[in-house]
Design a protein around this ligand. Structure first.
Ligand SMILES: NC(=O)C1=CN([C@@H]2O[C@H](COP(=O)(O)OP(=O)(O)OC[C@H]3O[C@@H](n4cnc5c(N)ncnc54)[C@H](OP(=O)(O)O)[C@@H]3O)[C@@H](O)[C@H]2O)[C@@H](O)CC1
Ligand SMILES: [K+]
Length: 495
């Protein structure tokens, strides 16, 4: 499913109206009707106050109010602007609303406060800049009330794109997003304003979306993961599922090597070989007897021989040896290369060599590692996740996995696939090592790198969600729990 900015959403609407010939007033009728049905279905018969702004978002509000009242709901309608400021499609639906025998008043705090549910149709995708009066004062009053706020399309004041959330934006409890998910839903802090969200469909033709949305930001869904899951055919042998090499761990950090390697083994890699410090062989064998071991001191050339995928980074330490090994792999290794954690330092010096490589390169930085790569701060990276991950992916010609809530996978072609699984249980040491092992194994099993990476990221988060849904507190989820539960979540996806 495509994810859009406000401008892109407008272009879709325009195409549907001008090129396909659907009247905008019908789209608004659909939007309001579907929103009203959702409210009736999910919130039962409660006292509702619909708050209406001056744009088309307010037009949706008149339809919602009409449908609710036709179904005998107790509804009050408060309009924020003067009546003559309501124009176009919104005015059309205001007239139908009035001609149907229903009425509205100007905004009144007491009326709003007496309702159980506030339906917020004040500001939608047309919001620009800081919130002006009287909206900011009204949002302040609503914030202090204890009724449930259901926003339509966007929580009023929250932009649809990656731009900062203005002060005073409305905090919703639920948001019914119209047509296509908006980019801000996958950025922080904007997402927090949405509360629980759901996309509602209003009959926008697929052609209108395909012809207008060029930015290629998509959600990688459960269905995508399921539909691209490779079959493990009965007569396959271990070599047909990818020979994975992992360069991880050091004398002081055996855990990173164990986690990365066991995640690869449990994610279906045919053969997994770990290149690590000889001193930690014992602890690795105890935890992952399935992996073969290779001493770091031995010749790297023989390690890379015959490997489909090599992942380097977890627990290596930032040092000259790590940098030299990464450089050697970028130049000499001809298979798919995954670079994570300590392997990511000084990558900018290898930009040209990475660009020249035939086989894919994947990097999986968290915001801090990305900040180091582009000489910026984590704060800046978090504010511009989409732009930065895309720019770096295109500049280096590699796949970028920018970790965080809603991990992004950006491709060298400039597409971005958003992940929407996972929880706070993943914000812990070791969870990144597990992801690296999973990505390496998935890359060995899939033909298309992006599908492999997005599916690995999906399953990583899906497994954390699976564990927490089984009643285990997110605080207690460990990286090892993720690995232990892959057998269950893989089974769920396959069936
Ligand atoms: N046919 C369609 O297209 C369909 C559209 N649909 C619906 O339309 C919505 C988009 O409608 P829209 O473009 O009219 O924008 P919307 O947000 O309602 O209002 C803009 C108003 O807000 C005002 N305003 C702006 N910034 C402000 C600020 N900082 N502080 C205060 N005020 C500010 C601005 O004032 P102005 O700046 O022009 O003076 C203007 O009056 C979309 O979200 C969806 O719900 C659906 O029905 C499906 C069919
Ligand atoms: K709204």
């Amino acid at each position: 499913m495509k994810v859009v900015t406000g401008e892109e959403m407008k272009a879709v609407d325009r195409y549907a109206i001008e090129k396909i010939g659907i009247d905008g007033r019908i789209l608004m009728e659909n939007a309001g009707r579907v929103a009203a049905k959702n409210i009736m279905k999910n919130f039962g018969r409660q006292k509702v106050c619909v708050l209406i702004g001056s744009g088309n978002n307010g037009g949706d509000g008149f339809v919602i109010a009409k449908v609710l009242q036709e179904n005998d709901y107790d509804v009050s309608v408060c309009v924020i602007p003067e009546r003559d400021e309501i124009k176009g499609d919104a005015e059309y639906h205001m007239n139908i609303y009035l001609n149907s025998g229903f009425s509205f008043t100007q905004y009144d705090q007491d009326v709003a406060e007496s309702a159980d549910i506030i339906v917020d149709t004040m500001l939608g995708t047309g919001i620009k800049g800081e919130i002006r009066s009287p909206y900011k004062e009204i949002f302040g009053e609503l914030d202090k009330m204890d009724n449930t706020i259901i926003s339509v399309d966007l929580p009023s004041g929250v932009p649809a794109d990656e731009s900062p959330v203005p002060e005073h934006a409305l905090q919703a409890d639920y948001t019914l997003i119209i047509g296509l998910p908006k980019l801000s839903y996958y950025t922080y802090p904007a997402r927090k304003y949405y509360g629980e969200a759901k996309v509602i469909h209003i009959g926008l033709p697929k052609k209108a979306i395909d012809e207008t949305v060029q930015s290629n930001i998509m959600l990688w869904s459960h269905e995508d993961t399921k539909n691209h899951w490779p079959a493990r055919v009965d007569d396959s042998h271990k070599g047909s599922h990818g020979k994975v090499g992992i360069i991880a761990g050091s004398a002081g950090m055996p855990g990173a090597a164990v986690l990365t390697t066991s995640a690869a083994v449990r994610s279906g890699a045919g053969l997994t070989q770990l290149n690590t410090h000889g001193n930690i062989f014992g602890s690795v064998v105890n935890h992952v007897p399935e992996a073969t071991l290779f001493d770091r001191k031995d010749d790297l050339e023989s390690f890379i021989e015959g490997k489909d995928v090599i992942a380097i980074g977890p627990g290596l330490g930032v040092n000259g040896e790590t940098s030299r090994t990464v450089e050697y792999l970028v130049n000499e290794y001809e298979g798919t290369l995954v670079i994570d954690a300590d392997g990511l330092t000084r990558l900018e010096q290898l930009k040209m060599q990475i660009k020249k490589r035939q086989a894919p390169v994947v990097i999986s930085p968290h915001p801090g590692e990305m900040a180091r790569l582009i000489d910026s701060s984590s704060g800046e990276v978090n504010k511009n996740r989409f732009r930065i991950s895309r720019e770096i992916a295109m500049e280096y010609g590699m796949h970028v996995v920018l970790k965080g809530p809603n991990t992004l996978v950006a491709t060298p072609e400039g597409e971005i696939f958003i992940n929407d699984t996972g929880n706070a249980g993943l914000a812990k040491g070791g969870s990144g090592d597990v992801l690296t092992g999973m990505i390496a194994a998935f890359l060995g099993r899939y033909d298309q790198p992006q599908q492999a990476i997005s599916s690995a990221v999906y399953m990583h988060g899906f497994t954390a969600d699976y564990i927490s849904e089984a009643g285990i507190g997110v605080e207690t989820i460990t990286a090892s729990d993720l690995i232990d539960n892959l057998r269950h979540t893989f089974h769920l996806i396959r069936n």
